[in-house]
Design a protein around this ligand. Structure first.
Ligand code: PMP
Length: 308
């Protein structure tokens, strides 16, 4: 992963990364008031590069900004084009994209009113977030001792920088002990999500996922998997789920733009199902990779080609 080279889009201009500087008194750096996205572009089999569900990501970005009352001076079309341009101008065939909106350095009182609102889009090459082996064979996850935040403590619908320290602490806590990823429980003690992923379990051929009332992010990969399952005739149930239900599941997997569809083979030191990638997980994962690589006509509307 190399994030320090190439061009990025910075407040309307395409500039070299070393020139993309912010003041050390940037409001967002002190108080965490920033919103962002994680987006992926994939090379399709015909050779062209397409951003997956660009429209939905930009919409969520602007929604996050609205929640925090950040008055973004760029419209959706501009931000969509910026993301395409960053991929194109860096000559990437595939990439991870990071749009960010933040509050400027004009003054440092808590109120961000009258400060500038800034935007940038960067991109870099990023392989499988939880490892290629994880995609094939599954990963080992552990419940964190940190509780996930809840609505009214922070805004759970927003993909906000300020929501992430708990995810980072949870991830560090378990990875230091040899696990691959952390699971956070919601304040009521039900399973919420991974540090940067949504969760699913398969039981008796049905798909269950924690409902969003528990505070999990409304993940775009989560929405994609729910749509796939419905289209394949697999029943989807969104509800509160306990950790021991996960222990007894036939299959468990996590989803995210970075994590894509990653099977979970071990959950709190219990082997899940057959201890590898389950059948339904593999079916949904294969469909996901087919769709993002433009191999499935039915879902072509989710691809935005960067050269268009
Ligand atoms: N939850 C959290 C906390 C995340 O950071 C992410 C990654 N954006 C997800 C879930 C998955 O969301 P998406 O599928 O939209 O990437």
């Amino acid at each position: 992963m190399e994030t320090t080279e190439g061009k990025l889009w910075f407040n309307g201009e395409m500039i070299e990364q070393p020139d993309a500087k912010v003041h050390v008194l940037t409001h967002s750096l002190h108080y965490g008031m920033a919103v962002f996205e994680g987006v992926r572009a994939y090379q399709t089999d015909e050779g062209r590069t397409a951003i997956f569900r660009l429209d939905d990501h930009t919409e969520r970005l602007l929604g996050s900004a609205k929640i925090f009352q950040l008055d973004v001076p760029y419209d959706k079309a501009t931000l969509d084009q910026a993301q395409k341009d960053v991929v194109k101008q860096n000559g990437f065939d595939s990439a991870y994209l990071r749009p960010l909106i933040w509050v400027g350095a004009e003054k440092l009182g808590l109120s961000s009113r009258d400060n500038s609102i800034n935007a940038m889009v960067a991109a870099w090459k990023w392989g499988a977030y939880l490892g290629e082996e994880g995609i094939q064979k599954g990963i080992r996850v552990k419940t964190s001792s940190y509780t996930h935040h809840m609505t009214n403590i922070t805004m759970c619908k927003a993909k906000a920088a300020s929501n992430y320290p708990v995810s980072i602490m949870a991830n560090q806590e378990v990875t230091r002990n040899g696990y691959d990823e952390a699971i956070l429980m919601d304040p009521q003690g039900y399973v919420c999500q991974g540090s940067g992923e949504n969760l699913f379990l398969v039981k008796n051929g049905e798909l269950h996922t924690p409902d969003l009332a528990g505070g999990a992010l409304d993940g775009i990969t989560r929405r994609t998997i729910i749509q796939f399952a419905e289209d394949l005739g697999i029943k989807v149930i969104e509800r509160r789920i306990t950790r021991d239900e996960f222990y007894l599941a036939d299959e468990v997997f996590m989803t995210g733009t970075a994590a894509e569809v990653t099977p979970i083979r071990e959950y709190d030191d219990r082997t899940i199902g057959n201890g590898g990638r389950g059948e339904i997980t593999e079916k949904l994962q294969t469909l996901y990779f087919d769709v993002v690589h433009g191999r499935n006509e039915e879902y072509m509307h989710w691809l935005s080609f960067v050269d268009e």
